[in-house]
Design a protein around this ligand. Sequence first.
Ligand code: DQA
Length: 145
Amino acid sequence: MRILVLNGPNLGRLGTREPDVYGSATLADIAPLVASAGTADAPIEPVVRQTDDEAELVGWLHEAVDARTPVILNPAAFTHYSYALRDACAQLQGVAPLVEVHISNPHARESFRHTSVVSAVATGVIAGFGLDGYRLAALAIASRA
Ligand code: DQA
């Protein structure tokens, strides 16, 4: 199964960005983690992308809708205020699963991170488990397939 693994702004800097919050692993570590949720009978093919650009991220979600491709999405700071992103995510409802992932637990952080405009249109949310959240999201998607 192909899974689009989409990452929003500043996540390209994983590894050097606030390592006390986000750890020392990098974006390159995500693909093997997601693939590890697959089995010989049901392999997972992760397509990992990152952008700092809201329009590009919205375009990738449209691509997922058109191809009916499951999505793991870490919307990063867009989580908290991008209605454009939310509206793009809403188009996946009833089409393909969308799992919202956060490396940190936003609810344990500043109050502006407690709001997600995406969660209500996501299939589910995984937060606070570090990079392993991406693997857990892939397991959740695979278990629904
Ligand atoms: C994040 C949490 C967001 O609040 C923050 O803006 C990010 C990363 C996370 O993965 O923990 O950039 O989505």
